[in-house]
Design a protein around this ligand. Structure first.
Ligand SMILES: *Cc1c(COP(=O)(O)O)cnc(C)c1O
Length: 357
């Protein structure tokens, strides 16, 4: 594949953050972006890296009306040894393709998308932050560009990748978050698009999240759409609970986003010889365990925050403090293990980390 590179000129170069200790999440992008086009009957073409900038879009572009959009989120890590590493990147592109199939969008060739991504990171490698807890966030995105008013799958698409340095996802950092168990609104129903990483799912989640924020919560914990009985996931994270000596997370039944961090945590917990269950967990079971002291820990998992400990769960007006409101031992251990592997501070027994330079 030939990728045409157009370097950013002096005035197209963006300002690098002066202070890596205060990066926040999602506001800074680098000098360049990767793009490729898809057309029915022709497939992918026009592989290119260009200066970062606005993309022209027809007001009738189908993504704006019918929501054909899928995305991914992964990170490049500046290793202790000066290398740049990716964590299970092929999983992200496989998931992108599963999301694309659900939305009747074309699949990308994984090797092709990965090559474009790596080339982009290498070109903007000076942007990879090096301080503790920072990384380069990578956002592959696909949108329907065909101008047409009328519902059907579009016949042209743009795939692009943008990247930018990030710090902690939540302003709380590793401090425990407070979550609100949402028993009216739902995120996704079985048979819907909950297992696809697609924009509409997030638009649909905003109102509940905003109402929870007004009440002082960081995130909502979603329950299943049919009965509002079983725990699903949180905002942009999968959820885990440690009850007595059993680690539990919801099964991938179609309404849950199959997180790569979720998968890694399951693998590590099993490797450590702990009891790991993917099973339906009723919110009533969680609350009963919180009341009788057997709920030892609760935490969310996702690329952005890695492990986010939960210090309080509020359900039907009652607050339940988890792990004394602190980060529990298992959450801490998992966080340390995954981060050490990602930054290559520790050998990687799972073969998850790939060095790109
Ligand atoms: C992206 C995402 C996750 C976490 O997935 P990772 O692959 O671990 O980053 C969990 N839930 C939702 C809804 C998400 O969008």
């Amino acid at each position: 594949m030939k990728i045409k590179v157009t370097q950013a000129e002096g005035n197209q170069r963006r300002k690098k953050p002066a202070d890596e200790s205060n990066l926040g999440f999602g506001d800074i992008v680098t000098d360049h972006m990767y793009k490729m086009d898809w057309e029915a009957g022709k497939g992918w073409s026009n592989f290119r890296i260009e200066p970062y900038g606005p993309i022209p879009i027809d007001p009738a572009a189908m993504v704006l009306h019918y929501g054909q959009e899928v995305f991914e989120g992964l990170k490049a890590y500046g290793g202790e040894d000066g290398g740049i590493y990716l964590f299970r990147p092929e999983e992200n592109f496989k998931r992108l393709n599963r999301s694309a199939r659900r939305l009747c969008m074309p699949e990308v060739e994984v090797d092709l998308a990965m090559e474009g991504m790596k080339k982009l990171i290498l070109l903007d490698r000076d942007w990879v932050p090096r301080s503790e807890g920072t990384s380069l966030y990578i956002r592959p995105t696909m949108i329907a560009t065909e101008p047409h008013l009328g519902v059907r799958p579009a016949k042209s698409y743009l795939f692009y990748i943008i990247i930018g340095p990030v710090g902690a996802y939540y302003k709380e950092g590793l401090n425990p978050v407070k979550i609100y168990v949402e028993d009216f609104f739902v995120r996704a129903a079985i048979g819907g698009t909950g297992e696809a990483k697609t924009s509409g799912n997030y638009a649909a989640s905003l109102l509940a999240a905003e109402e929870a924020k007004k009440k002082g919560f960081t995130q909502v914990l979603w329950l299943d759409a049919a009965e509002r009985k079983y725990v699903e996931e949180v905002g942009t994270m999968n959820m885990f609970f440690l009850i007595e000596d059993e680690v539990t997370t919801a099964p991938l039944n179609g309404s849950i986003l199959p997180g790569i961090t979720r998968d890694s945590v399951i693998r590590i917990v099993k490797e450590w010889g702990m009891k790991m269950s993917e099973r339906s967990l009723a919110i009533d079971e969680v609350i009963a365990a919180a009341k009788n002291g057997t709920l030892k820990e609760a935490f969310g998992t996702g690329t952005a925050a890695v492990i986010s400990p939960v210090g309080q769960i509020t359900y039907k007006g009652e607050d339940h403090i988890v792990a004394g409101g602190d980060m529990g031992e298992l959450s801490r251990r998992l966080y340390d293990e995954i981060v050490a592997i990602q930054y290559r501070r520790k050998p990687d027994p799972y073969g998850w980390v790939e060095r790109i330079v």
